[in-house]
Write a protein that binds this ligand. Structure first.
Ligand code: DON
Length: 325
C-alpha cells in the first residue's frame, strides 16, 4: 500500500467547498458513530463475530491524496463490494457485448440473493446481485480475480479462510442460482467452480482505505491513483459506475440514487464504496446492516457527505460543490 502522508489540506477538485477534508470526514464519522440501529450479518456464521462499534471512513482522490477517519484500517471481508470490480475485470477481458450476452444491466428491485433472471433469456438481471455475480465469476479465473482486485486496491489481498469455509458450508442458495444459470446456458464454468470462485472473492480481506482506493481507481478512469497502474479502461470504468448507480444497493438502489446520487456498492461485511467520477472514491466500514443489507452507518456517512458537499451526480454543475440550503 502506498504510504501517503495524511494531510487535511484540500487540493484541486478534492477540495470539498474549501473545508479541510480530514475535518469533514471526522465530523461525519463522529455523527454516524452515535447511530445504533442495524444488525451484524449472521447468515454466514463467521460474519457475526464482527465488532459492531467499529466505524471507518476513507477518501482517496484521483490525484492520489488519501484521507482517513476512525477505523479505516480495520480488516473486514469485502463480500459484495467485490462485485463491481470483478465485473469490471470480466468486461475488460471479454468485452462489454460478450458479457452482456450472459448478464444484463437492469435493476432487479429485489434482495441480493433473489432468483432474479430475465424471463425470456434466463440471464441474471444484473451483475450486482448474486445470480449475476456468480455468472461473472464463471468468466474469469481465480488468479485474475486475486491479481485484479489487488491491482484495484494497490496491494495484494488475502482470503479469510474461516469466512470462505463458512460460505462453502452455507452457500446452497448460491449453488442453486449457479444451477439456474447453467440451465439457461449463461454460466462459463461448472457450478462448483463458479460458486467457489465467487465465495473466495467475497472472502477477500480489505479495509475502508483499500475499498476507497478501489473506488478511486474507477473514479480515475480505471487507473489506480496510488500506484498509477491502468487496471481497466476508461470505458469499462464508466460502464461499471453506471451499473453500480442503477443496481449497486439492491432493492434500495433507486432510493439511494435519488437521495445520495453517487454510484455505490455495499456488502454484508459492512463495507460500502462510492465513486465520484473524476474526483474521488470513498470507502466506509461499519458492520451493522439495515433490512436491505446495507451498512447503517456507512449509508449515513455517505448521505451526509453528499448532502453537505453537493456531491449528487445529478446536481446542476453550478451547485455541485455548494452545500444545499
Ligand atoms: O452470500 C453471499 O452471497 C455473500 N457471501 C455475499 C453477499 C453480500 O455481501 C450481499 N450483500 N450485501
Amino acid at each position: 500500500m502506498t504510504d501517503e502522508k495524511l494531510s487535511d489540506e484540500p487540493q484541486g477538485k478534492t477540495d470539498l467547498k474549501g473545508e479541510p477534508i480530514l475535518e469533514a470526514l471526522r465530523e461525519v464519522l463522529a455523527e454516524a458513530r452515535e447511530l445504533d440501529g442495524g444488525e451484524v450479518a449472521s447468515y454466514i456464521p463467521q460474519l457475526s463475530s464482527a465488532d459492531p462499534s467499529q466505524v471507518g471512513l476513507a477518501l482517496v482522490g484521483v490525484y492520489g491524496r488519501t484521507f482517513e477517519a476512525g477505523d479505516s484500517r480495520v480488516p473486514f471481508t469485502i463480500q459484495s463490494v467485490s462485485k463491481p470490480f470483478v465485473y469490471a475485470l470480466a468486461l475488460e477481458k471479454l468485452g462489454i457485448e460478450s458479457v452482456m450476452e450472459r448478464v444484463g444491466v437492469e435493476p432487479s428491485g429485489e434482495p441480493f440473493n433473489a432468483i432474479s433472471l430475465d424471463a425470456d433469456s434466463g440471464r441474471p438481471m444484473n451483475p450486482m446481485i448474486n445470480a449475476g455475480a456468480i455468472v461473472v465469476a464463471s468468466l474469469v479465473s481465480d488468479d485474475e480475480i486475486l491479481e485484479g482486485l489487488g491491482a484495484f486496491a494497490g496491494h495484494p489481498l488475502e482470503v479469510d479462510d474461516a469466512v470462505l469455509q463458512s460460505e462453502l458450508e452455507t452457500g446452497h442458495r448460491n449453488r442453486a442460482l449457479a444451477h439456474l444459470a447453467l440451465a439457461a446456458g449463461v454460466l462459463g464454468s461448472t457450478v462448483d467452480e463458479a460458486t467457489e470462485r465467487y465465495f473466495r472473492q467475497c472472502s477477500l480481506i480489505v479495509t475502508a482505505l483499500d475499498v476507497a482506493t478501489m473506488a478511486a481507481t474507477l473514479a480515475n478512469a480505471g487507473r489506480n491513483p496510488l500506484t498509477d497502474e491502468q487496471v481497466v479502461s476508461e470505458t469499462v470504468a464508466r460502464w461499471t459506475c453506471a451499473v453500480m448507480a442503477s443496481c449497486g444497493m439492491y432493492d434500495a438502489s433507486g432510493d439511494w440514487l435519488a437521495r445520495v446520487g453517487l454510484p455505490a456498492k455495499s456488502g454484508v461485511g459492512g463495507g460500502i464504496v462510492a465513486v465520484d467520477p473524476g474526483v474521488f472514491g470513498v470507502g466506509t466500514f461499519s458492520a451493522p446492516l439495515d433490512a436491505q443489507g446495507n451498512s447503517v452507518r456507512g449509508r449515513a456517512m455517505l448521505t451526509s457527505l453528499s448532502r453537505s458537499y453537493g456531491l449528487h451526480a445529478f446536481a446542476h454543475p453550478t451547485v455541485k460543490f455548494q452545500p444545499p440550503e
